[in-house]
Structures are given as structure tokens and as C-alpha cells.
Design a protein around this ligand. Structure first.
Ligand SMILES: Nc1ncnc2c1ncn2[C@@H]1O[C@H](COP(=O)(O)OP(=O)(O)OP(=O)(O)O)[C@@H](O)[C@H]1O
Ligand SMILES: [Mg+2]
Length: 198
């Protein structure tokens, strides 16, 4: 299964979600394709002691070759950079699932409209899932996002990934939330996203 974490808006949590989600798949072959020139996951993976196989295809053809080689029981997570490009579009068109992290602010909703426009230009066969990410612990009302998502053939995941320091700290030291004790809610959130994608 090819899961592309995508949004043209920067800083919405694509790389963070991709990293922890990748480690949530137990007993499965998992690889990451890092399409961002910032190479976030490439570097985090080095810090982690190469816990995952992180690939960096440089052209659309190379990307498609990698994606075509993904076995049915293998998980390939593509971390798309926060910009629009041919290679990002190709990843979106060759995915089984697209995950769009988004928070509840008005700037996010506006940024989402831009990305929606791009998705409409593409031939997308994948299921498109929007996930609320980096959400303040007390925020309960997501009407603004629900309304934005409901106009599309997209699904807003039930799981809400809250703003939690552990998502940052573990990634910063090359670790991940499943490697640390406690933090059950953070683990439940990432497992919740994983299970809703299946
Ligand atoms: N659920 C969360 N809880 C706390 N912090 C978060 C969460 N998700 C993301 N962040 C933080 O938000 C910032 C941006 O996250 P990240 O780099 O993953 O975004 P991105 O969409 O990959 O950005 P870019 O488009 O630049 O690649 C980082 O500092 C990250 O630690
Ligand atoms: Mg990123």
C-alpha cells in the first residue's frame, strides 16, 4: 500500500506524521520515499541509525519505478514537500491513500483550498483522507474543517492528532513514539490514523 502524506502548505505536520506512522506498521516491510528537498526524513532516519529504508528518487521516472516495485503487503509512505511540483503530483497520482494533515485555523482552510484545486487537476484514484493534526488539547469544534472537507470526495478521519511535545522530541532524537514508554494517547492517535487507512 502506497500512502502519500501530502499538502502544498508547509509546516502542517507531513514529515512528523509520516515518521511516526511508518513506525506504527508492525511486522510489515516499510519504506519511506522522501520527496522534500529539505530531506527531513532522510536525516531523521540517519540519526535513528537507519531504522527504515528511506529512498530519494530524483525524477518522476525514478519515483514511478520505486512505486511500481512496492509489493502488495509492503507499506510505502511518501513524504511530499510543502510545495507543488511534477514529482509530488506523480506521487499523488500513484498512491493508494492520500493523507492530508490540517489544523483547524482559518489559514489552514485557505491553504487547503489551494491544494484542493491541484487535486482536481490530477487523476487521483486513491482514497483521500484529511486528518486533523497538531490540534490544541482543548479544541473540540472542527466545523470549519468539516465544512471544507464535506464539499469534496474526501473523508475526514475520526482520529484527531493533538499537539503533543512527544511527537517533536522523539523525532528530534531519531526515535519515535512507539519506542518510548507511556504517551499512550499519542500512540493511540497514530494507531487510529493507521487503522482508518486500512
Ligand atoms: N501533532 C503534533 N504535535 C506537536 N507538534 C507537531 C505535530 N505535528 C507537527 N508538529 C510540529 O510542527 C512543525 C512542522 O511539522 P513538519 O515538519 O512535520 O511539517 P511538514 O508539513 O512536513 O513541513 P514542510 O512542508 O516544511 O515539509 C514541526 O516543528 C513539528 O514538530
Ligand atoms: Mg516535511
Amino acid at each position: 500500500m502506497i500512502i502519500t502524506i501530502a499538502h502544498t502548505k508547509g509546516g502542517v505536520g507531513k514529515s512528523t506524521l509520516a515518521w511516526h506512522l511508518a513506525h506504527s506498521f508492525k511486522n510489515k516491510e516499510v519504506k519511506i520515499i522522501d520527496l522534500d528537498f529539505q530531506q527531513t526524513l532522510y536525516f531523521v532516519n540517519i540519526i535513528s541509525g537507519d531504522t527504515l529504508n528511506v529512498l530519494q528518487p530524483l525524477s518522476v521516472d525514478e519515483l514511478i519505478n520505486e512505486l511500481d516495485a512496492v509489493a502488495p503487503d509492503e507499506i510505502c509512505i511518501v513524504d511530499v514537500g510543502g510545495f507543488d511540483s511534477d514529482i509530488n503530483r506523480a506521487a499523488i497520482e500513484h498512491s493508494d491513500r492520500i493523507v492530508i494533515p490540517i489544523s483547524e485555523s482559518i489559514t489552514e482552510v485557505l491553504g487547503f483550498r489551494t491544494f484542493e484545486g491541484i487535486l482536481k487537476e490530477l487523476k487521483v484514484d486513491a482514497e483521500i483522507h484529511v486528518v486533523l493534526n497538531n490540534i490544541h488539547p482543548l479544541t473540540k469544534n472542527f466545523d470549519i474543517i468539516k465544512e471544507a472537507v464535506s464539499k469534496n470526495k474526501m473523508k475526514l478521519l475520526n482520529t484527531v492528532v493533538r499537539s503533543r511535545k512527544v511527537f517533536k522530541t522523539t523525532m528530534g532524537d531519531g526515535s519515535h513514539i512507539f519506542k518510548v514508554a507511556d504517551h499512550l494517547l499519542a500512540k493511540q492517535e497514530i494507531l487510529g490514523v493507521r487503522d482508518e487507512l486500512r
